[in-house]
Design a protein around this ligand. Structure first.
Ligand SMILES: Nc1ncnc2c1ncn2[C@@H]1O[C@H](COP(=O)(O)OP(=O)(O)OP(=O)(O)O)[C@@H](O)[C@H]1O
Length: 700
């Protein structure tokens, strides 16, 4: 948002005394204050102190008088694109609601600040130029027991406060309703009032125990230059500021009273910090109330505080405390500025005008150069249009304010370019890192594949060796079997021969065989000698077979170990492949980001070049070119278009958001709920308006 003439402004503080009520009259009816003739001071005899405000209103003051002085200038400011706040502070039943809303919001005499402001806004819209288009949105919330409740959608009973650079402090997801007439707002006020948390205390039968905040956003679009101004209005009716003990509250009501006191004392602390030069920190975050009112106290808003007091001796202590609060608040200074956003169309128009001036100047220069040449006067070297041409009339007066603004914009663009180039550097670094990681991963993959290949070869070799050994083993076993059967045959032959030689032996002879053998020792020894080489060969074969079996088992074990190794290597390769895929996708993303940034940088550079050139031209010619914002959307004419409820726009509190695009576009933002009707455009000067059906509140 471009700012226009930011300047410091004190908070306007007005003090209003209500007439004594029945209870006070019954107590003694004594008055504890004296109003000064200057209508700006009030004297409290008991403490011998005078308090001075912008205006003091006595018990007979009318609603109109209070509105005209305390609130009307604020609404005029809002219609010019400023933020505005009016809030009422005072003990319970001191007249806050009477002042802010009035006993009857539709009674022309009795209506309070809020309905009067509504009338003034629509009056302002009616009297605005035809080429100004208005969009009005309303939201109503209450802060009750440190929770923010949406009074237009009570299900949302714990709204959160957010803050960002563009929008400032704002209540997220609050229901905002587009309105096209006063009556629609009054209907909404009735809904809000019904939903508002009320409780009974013995000070005021229907005393509100919550802080009420009525928020209104007025967007105005200039259809000629497409510029946009956004004014935010906050109307706040605070809960009673009396001492807890005096309310006679207990249990839940006591907790309520304590929370109310806590938020009001947090508000007091904020005011103290703002007005204490030594203070370095303003505790806005200590309560929801002070946070919501952040922009209104010490920020960008025209603020009016109406302190409401009882004149009765019975409430003297609360009155003195309220008077002190008001006096302190009077010292707060806000820095106010118009929330003005130049549209793309407006900037384009300015650029077109600038281009036209430049074209005219170029033409003029060439004419003058021709003239000089035809008169034999040497034409000075072309140093661009930044040098003033001798003899040429100044094309247009230099508008210093605009020049400064253009320079600011150029500066902004430069810083954006710097930001982008930083981002670009970071992205390039990231890309390099990813590339080197990818390189490392690829090397590792290659190494692992090589290892896996070697391991496979080794396994194959082992398999081959194992097979060879197995076949040799089988051969040896066959040989052994053959030899065994040969041995058996030999031994059979030998037995047969022996039997043939000695006849068939009886059992006794068999028993005597050794003796016989010893008797015929020579042929027995001969047979044994014939057996020996065979047995030797068999035992040798047994040994070979044993060693081959051991070797076979060893090879089998080695083989299974190698198989495990191969599986592990395969897994490693798979993991590496996965990592490589990841890195490749990261690299792809980084490349995309890099390309995007390159494009953005190129665009920004081009824009800066154009700006720089235009600015130079501006320095010389005093033109007024600039281009920055995105377009605002033209809305249909009001009249016949019903209001819609748009939720979740998270509009700023006290600070208008950087609006670009239509409200419906903004409603599509992540926080937004779907709108239930469309925004209503109001043309300045258009008299016809859509009248909404009158709301009939449910009986409580
Ligand atoms: N200036 C006034 N003229 C006439 N009556 C008034 C005035 N101010 C307040 N009253 C009356 O005093 C009573 C209490 O006022 P009101 O409800 O506005 O108090 P309050 O400060 O809003 O209380 P709470 O903190 O409980 O909301 C109401 O009946 C109201 O009509």
């Amino acid at each position: 948002m471009a700012s226009e003439d930011p300047h410091e402004e004190s908070i306007k503080v007005c003090c209003r005394f209500r007439p004594q009520n029945q209870l006070e009259k019954e107590q003694s009816g004594k008055i504890c204050i004296t109003l000064g003739d200057d209508i700006t001071s009030v004297y409290v005899p008991t403490i011998d102190t005078s308090f001075v405000y912008d205006r003091v209103f006595g018990s007979e003051s009318t609603q109109k008088e209070v509105y005209d002085y305390a609130a009307k200038p604020i609404i005029n400011g809002v219609l010019r694109g400023f933020n505005g706040t009016v809030f009422a502070y005072g003990q319970t039943s001191s007249g806050k609601t009477h002042t802010m809303e009035g006993p009857d919001i539709e009674d022309e005499v009795q209506m309070g600040v809020i309905p009067r402001m509504v009338w003034s806004i629509f009056d302002g819209i009616d009297h605005a130029a035809d080429y100004i288009e208005f969009v009005v949105k309303v939201a109503i919330v209450e802060i009750y027991n440190e929770r923010i409740r949406d009074l237009l959608d009570p299900k949302k009973d714990n709204l959160k406060i957010h803050e960002d650079k563009a929008r400032g402090v704002f209540i997220g997801e609050v229901t905002e309703t587009y309105v096209g007439s006063e009556q629609e707002i009054f209907d909404m006020m009735k809904v809000g009032k019904y939903n508002r948390s009320v409780a009974e205390t013995n000070l005021n039968e229907h005393s509100s125990r919550s802080h009420l905040i009525f928020m209104m956003t007025i967007e105005q679009k200039n259809l000629h230059d497409r510029s946009l101004k956004v004014g935010k209005l906050h109307l706040v009716d605070l809960a009673g500021s009396e001492k807890v003990a005096k309310t006679g509250a207990s249990g839940e009501r006591l907790d309520e009273a304590k929370n109310i006191n806590r938020s009001l004392s947090a508000l007091g602390n904020v005011i103290n910090a703002l007005t204490d030069r030594k203070s370095t920190h303003v505790p806005y975050r200590d309560s929801k109330l002070s946070r919501v009112l952040q922009e209104s106290l010490g920020g960008n808003a025209k603020t009016s505080l109406i302190i409401t007091c009882s004149p009765s001796y019975f409430n003297e202590q609360e009155t003195i405390s309220t008077l002190r609060f008001g006096q302190r608040a009077k010292m707060i200074k806000n820095v106010v500025k118009v929330n003005h956003e130049r549209s793309v169309e407006e900037l384009k128009l300015l650029l077109q005008r600038r281009d036209q001036i430049v074209g005219d100047l170029r033409h003029r220069v060439s004419l003058l150069e021709q003239l000089l040449r035809s008169n034999g006067i040497p034409v000075p070297e072309d140093k661009g249009l930044s040098l003033p041409l001798p003899g040429t009339a100044s094309p247009a007066p230099v508008d210093e304010a605009e020049k400064t603004e253009l320079e600011e914009q150029l500066q902004e663009l430069r810083s954006k370019l710097k930001e982008k180039s930083d981002e670009f550097c970071e992205a390039s670094k990231e890309k390099d890192d990813l590339l080197s990681q990818l390189q490392l991963a690829q090397n590792e993959q290659r190494r692992l594949s090589m290892e896996a290949k070697n391991a496979k070869e080794e396994v194959e070799n082992m398999d081959y060796e194992r097979q060879e050994q197995a076949s040799e083993l089988a051969k040896l076993q066959n040989e052994k079997t053959a030899l065994e059967s040969e041995l058996e045959a030999l031994s059979k032959n030998y037995t047969n021969l022996f039997q043939e030689k000695a006849g068939t032996p009886t059992n006794r002879e068999r028993e005597r065989e050794p003796a016989m053998c010893s008797r015929s020792r020579a042929p027995c020894l001969e047979d044994k000698d014939a057996d020996r080489p065979l047995k030797k060969k068999v035992s040798q074969l047994d040994k070979n077979l044993e060693s081959l079996t051991v070797m076979y088992h060893k090879l089998v074990a080695q083989n299974s170990g190698l198989k495990v190794e191969v599986t592990e290597n395969d897994n490693k390769i798979k993991r590496k492949d996965l990592r490589i895929q990841q890195l490749e996708s990261n690299l792809r993303e980084a490349k995309q980001k890099y390309t995007k940034l390159m494009t953005q940088c190129a665009n920004l550079t081009a824009m800066i070049d154009v700006r720089g050139r235009k600015n130079c031209v501006c320095g010389a010619s005093g033109g007024n070119s600039q281009a920055r914002r995105s377009p605002a959307v033209v809305r249909p004419l009001r009249g016949g278009v019903s209001a819609r409820v748009e939720t979740g726009l998270g509009d700023p509190v006290g600070t208008p958001k950087a609006t670009s695009g239509s409200p419906s576009e903004r409603a599509d933002s992540p926080k937004a709920s779907s709108p239930t009707s469309s925004p209503v455009s109001l043309r300045g000067g258009t008299k016809s308006r859509a009248k909404a059906p009158v709301y009939d509140p449910p009986s409580r």
